[in-house]
Write a protein that binds this ligand. Structure first.
Ligand SMILES: Nc1nc2c(ncn2[C@@H]2O[C@H](COP(=O)(O)OP(=O)(O)O)[C@@H](O)[C@H]2O)c(=O)[nH]1
Ligand SMILES: [Mg+2]
Length: 367
């Protein structure tokens, strides 16, 4: 998952590693020797020798190389000595690595303002602080980026389970988004998710626009054993959803999941209709659904939907397809609302509750 994101990050890690190795190497070379220490450059060479031949750990071991022969061999030696060293990175050291990071983020579908924010955080984490270098210089880059991403994704985190548990019943949830992104499928998945947690669910066939949409939701209703409240195709979606809410109240159901027709953010009439649905049915939670593979298009749609109606959270579908991963980060940032779930396939259990660490682990290639 997200292999392309990992590939793109390699440039950032490499650029930072090279800088760190250069800096530590320079530090070792220029350090003022303490009493009883061989001169710093000799020490560097000696340590490098020892690293290569650890058995020859004799104080009499002859130090041959006073000065590294060339930059390459110097770097190679410094590389073996950076472990357990400390380094303070300055702003100019980070220009190249941060440029590589920004490019990697942009190429992974992270929107520009979000990429800039991440770069800013990574920079403030790295600049000026004394950093201890472990066995792997790439870790420094990873840790800084991991912290920045987790912070960004945790800002508006909402625990869906907690939210449902505390909300007044029936909880009314409306799903909106453009066509074909997975709204109806996600409704069925969320229904199953809630049923697994012992909530009773009613489905509202609010997509009265597209031929076959009501039947599609009914198939899911039948599979899951759920009541589907419907009107005829061409009917008023607000009225169907309103009826479903009345049904839920009369039958003590916990949650109403309401489908709506896909609409383009550019279609004024359909966006007006969506506002009307929201006005009439007063949902507790409006979920914007889009697909991770749509990249920056999905981010732009999220922004425009959110300007039109108050989005409470998002579901990003098709992350199992060749998604770059950046759109999840961007949508959370742009809407200022959490990503609630990720769709990871076409069957009911293919829904992962969004957890910042879960995504970041996968983006960084550690899971
Ligand atoms: N691979 C994959 N396909 C999905 C996912 N979610 C939905 N789909 C597929 O996307 C297509 C459109 O889904 P649908 O729910 O009808 O979209 P809607 O028009 O927004 O209601 C269907 O073929 C779904 O099976 C997902 O997470 N992964
Ligand atoms: Mg649909």
């Amino acid at each position: 998952m997200f292999n392309r994101f990992k590939e793109k990050l390699a440039g950032f890690k490499e650029a930072l590693s090279t800088k760190v190795i250069e800096k530590v190497g320079a530090k070792l070379e220029n350090r003022v020797p303490e009493a009883n220490e061989p001169p710093a450059n000799k020490q560097l060479a000696q340590k490098a020798e020892q690293a290569q031949h650890p058995v020859l750990d004799s104080p009499k071991a002859e130090v041959q190389t006073a000065k590294p022969k060339n930059r390459f061999s110097f770097l190679e030696k410094a590389k073996s000595l950076v472990f357990e060293q400390e380094v303070i990175l300055e702003e100019h050291d980070l220009e190249e690595p941060l440029w590589a990071l920004e490019m990697a983020l942009l190429e992974s579908d992270v929107a520009l303002p979000v990429a800039e924010e991440i770069v800013k955080e990574v920079k403030s984490d790295l600049v000026g602080a004394k950093k201890k270098i472990g066995a792997d210089t790439g870790r420094l880059a990873e840790d800084a980026l991991r912290n920045a991403l987790v912070n960004l994704l945790s800002r508006n985190h909402l625990d869906f389970d907690e939210y449902i548990a505390k909300a007044e019943k029936p909880v009314k949830i409306l799903f909106v988004g453009v066509n074909g992104t997975g709204k109806t499928t996600s409704i069925a998945k969320v229904a199953r998710y809630l049923m697994d947690r012992n909530y009773s669910v009613v489905l509202a066939a609010g997509d009265t626009f597209r031929a076959g949409a009501i039947e599609q939701l009914e198939v899911h209703g039948n599979n899951l054993g759920l009541k589907v409240v419907k009107h005829k195709t061409g009917g008023d979606p607000a009225a169907v959803i309103f009826d479903a809410i009345e049904y839920a109240k009369a039958h003590n159901k916990d949650v109403v999941l309401a489908d709506t027709a896909g609409r383009l953010h550019t279609n004024i009439n359909l966006m007006d209709q969506m506002r009307k649905i929201v006005r009439v049915t007063k949902p507790d939670l409006l979920i914007f659904v889009d697909e991770a593979i749509a990249g920056n298009d999905a981010v732009e749609r999220a922004r425009l939907f959110n300007e039109s109606v108050p989005i409470g959270g998002s579901i990003l579908t098709k992350t199992d397809a060749d998604a770059k991963g950046g759109s999840a980060i961007s949508i959370a940032y742009i809407t200022g609302k959490p990503v609630l779930f990720l769709g990871v396939g076409q069957t009911y259990p293919d829904l992962v509750k969004f957890e910042p660490h879960w995504l970041v682990d996968r983006l960084m290639g550690e899971a």
